[in-house]
Write a protein that binds this ligand. Sequence first.
Ligand SMILES: Nc1ncnc2c1ncn2[C@@H]1O[C@H](COP(=O)(O)OP(=O)(O)O)[C@@H](O)[C@H]1O
Ligand SMILES: [Mg+2]
Length: 261
Amino acid sequence: MNAPAEHLLAARGLAFHYGAQPVFAGVALAIRRREIVALLGSSGCGKSTLLRALAGLESPAAGQVSFLDQALASPHPRSALIFQQASLLPWLTVEANAAFGLDFRHQPAIAAATRRERVREALAAVGLAGRESAWPAELSGGQAQRVALARALAREPELLFADEPFSALDAITRAEMQNLLVEVVHRWHAAVLLVTHDIDEAILVADRILLMGGRPGTLLAEWTVDIPRPREDHPGAVTALRLDILSALRDTFVQPTADVA
Ligand SMILES: Nc1ncnc2c1ncn2[C@@H]1O[C@H](COP(=O)(O)OP(=O)(O)O)[C@@H](O)[C@H]1O
Ligand SMILES: [Mg+2]
């Protein structure tokens, strides 16, 4: 069965292993246009590997990923990625780093003026207007991650894959970046798959949370987050959801024990 048209990305029956070691199996998920989905799970449960398979960077051992109803075999031009490290090129300015990737062969060709305008707009949206000529070495970790976000936005992605993008930042910068991410993807009408091990980050950012766990990994539970934004203004609802997720997460660690009664 084909994914319904409102699905930007759909996967079914996905499995992956490194050699003989299974990482995940039987994974099915769908991401709608403009939807922010958090993929939550403890370290080592296979989140990054799943993200790479969904992004077309790894071939699954079984199953299929489709993007806009087309089978995906390599990264789609309308997707973009950000990681924990901003990975800026130190010999390029902020502006050139944000533009980096627009001229790749699989990207649609765009006129120089459009390219400049897109980069200018993306840098302004992440709060870096006026810093176009700065060098990566002059930036804080948070600013470098803003450039990485601008680089992704400049591609006008339908879907942004973000793998623990704020994990290396201090708590205050992280909170600013979480809010910024939501603001810009809403403005760009993009969907997001945010991989995180941070329950609070998932609750503050996502429209829907998928819990991954088990060996091999599978998707174990799902929550729709309908708490109005800004969610900081609804601490009661946030706490209730956090407790619910924590309890499900705890269950993912419980090993079945022999019945000794
Ligand atoms: N290149 C690799 N070769 C072999 N095993 C790997 C490789 N990358 C990750 N793994 C293993 O696969 C499992 C899932 O890793 P990963 O997807 O990075 O998890 P997560 O992102 O949830 O922390 C882990 O047990 C990890 O050690
Ligand atoms: Mg990871």
